[in-house]
Design a protein around this ligand. Structure first.
Ligand SMILES: Nc1ncnc2c1ncn2[C@@H]1O[C@H](COP(=O)(O)OP(=O)(O)OP(=O)(O)O)[C@@H](O)[C@H]1O
Ligand SMILES: [Mg+2]
Length: 407
């Protein structure tokens, strides 16, 4: 049966919004990605517009935004109008216009990407908080040329993880954005804030989970869609850099692995450690759900080869299986208070995170202490979104031992 494209009310006016920069942000499951996928399909179908859809890391596109756009096309009964090519990551409409995809970490592809007809009119950066300012700014240049009459659009979508993020300074501070505001549009810049309440297609389970979120920070950001503010942040001793030019010189590797499957991701931390100046260069990560141990082995082998990797000791069977697949996996010793001790040790290091380790950036920047009823921090970190941090604790277990032994 042929289905229609039905747009959630809050987004409807934005079908014909041509502001140069467009921000769609807010709580999770608010229908942002779905709407932008719908608009993208409708625009390309109408002709005259080509889309470049980006995320920071190319390998995350296939299972997220590419899949979502494909679903919109399929559910709208439009498959016969699009040629969907998974290997070169493109969707070509029968009218010649295209939806192209690229990771900002694939610098060469980004530079050389050209649609079959016309120019790229729309750039959509999904999960834009993953990306650095300079990289997003460079994207505006990809839209040069073409017909001056056809408006160009830069579209950003994301959850507002931290008010200290560059996106806030760049576009929200400039228009004196208030958290209780829903919209702004001055023709040049448009901002739309949505929450799960704006999505009538939400399942009751999702609604229930969002309404019952216990952590104050997560409730504020993911349920209410407000910019995140952390009172009791755990790590401030980190910064983001482009480490691509240094990786060849890294020799003192540390690998740690936290197991996950459906809800929690499997998380791998790979760093170079400089003991003298207590510097951790975190330069590769894996963060993926749904990996059985054979697939997990396939995913981490290209990253760590046959180097040892210290794993969560709670899953001896997984460690054994990984060993069977040729990974030098061994269990962490953990020990009493290992979480707090690990945090304390990590706080004493200087952590330099590669700009493509997007999940580590998010975890490290938002890791925080829980609060008691009076709003005071207690010595217990939030137990969610700490998978790479756990992997980091395992990776540096021996370094921690050495530090304490020497002091
Ligand atoms: N117009 C729609 N028609 C049908 N289903 C929809 C529509 N809008 C949203 N949905 C459903 O709601 C789900 C959540 O929407 P979506 O993924 O767009 O949220 P989001 O705001 O991007 O969330 P997040 O911040 O977590 O990325 C979608 O996976 C889809 O199943
Ligand atoms: Mg989304």
């Amino acid at each position: 049966m042929k289905q229609k494209i039905v747009i959630n009310d809050a987004y409807y006016p934005h079908l014909t919004n041509y502001a140069r920069t467009q921000i769609f942000y807010g709580g999770s499951s608010s229908g942002k990605s779905w709407f932008l996928a719908q608009r993208c399909v409708l625009d390309v179908l109408a002709g005259g517009r080509n889309y470049l859809v980006c995320r920071q890391v190319a390998r995350t596109i296939r299972t997220s935004v590419f899949q979502q756009i494909e679903r919109v096309i399929r559910e709208a009964g439009l498959l016969s109008y699009f040629q969907i090519n998974k290997s070169d990551m493109s969707m070509t409409c029968t009218n010649g216009y295209q939806i192209l995809f690229a990771g900002l970490d694939d610098v060469e592809k980004i530079k050389s990407i050209v649609p079959a007809v016309g120019v790229i009119t729309d750039v959509w950066v999904e999960e834009a908080t993953e990306s650095e300012r300079g990289d997003v700014k460079d994207l505006y240049k990809r839209q040069r040329g073409g017909d001056e009459q056809t408006p160009k659009r830069m579209i950003l979508s994301f959850n507002p993880i931290l008010q200290s993020h560059w996106i806030y300074a760049e576009w929200f501070a400039a228009v004196a954005w208030a958290d209780d505001q829903k919209e702004h549009n001055d023709g040049e810049l448009s901002i739309l804030k949505t929450t799960y309440k704006d999505n009538k297609y939400l399942t009751s389970q999702d609604r229930h989970d969002l309404e019952n979120e216990k952590d104050k920070y997560r409730y504020n950001v993911y349920t209410l869609g407000n910019w995140g503010i952390l009172g009791h942040v755990i790590f401030t001793n980190w910064r983001v850099e482009d480490l691509s030019g240094m990786i060849d010189q890294f020799t003192n590797h540390r690998n740690g692995l936290d197991f996950g499957f459906s809800v929690d991701p499997s998380a791998l931390w790979r760093a170079h450690y400089e003991r003298q100046n207590k510097r951790i260069y975190l330069y590769a990560e894996l963060y993926e759900r749904g990996l059985t141990n054979d697939k997990l082995a396939d995913a981490i082998r290209p990253i760590i080869g046959d180097e040892p990797v210290c794993c969560d000791s709670a899953e001896p069977k997984s460690i054994e299986e990984l060993r069977g697949y040729g990974i030098s996996a061994y269990p962490a010793r953990k020990g009493r208070d290992s979480v707090l001790q690990g945090i304390q040790w990590m706080q004493q290091q200087e952590i330099i995170i590669d700009k493509n380790c997007v999940n580590a950036k998010t975890e490290i920047s938002t890791y925080h202490w829980l609060e008691d009823a009076g709003g005071n921090a207690i010595l217990k970190p939030v137990g969610t979104n700490d998978h790479l941090i756990a992997a980091g604790r395992y990776a540096h277990e021996q370094d921690m031992q050495d530090t304490w032994y020497m002091s």
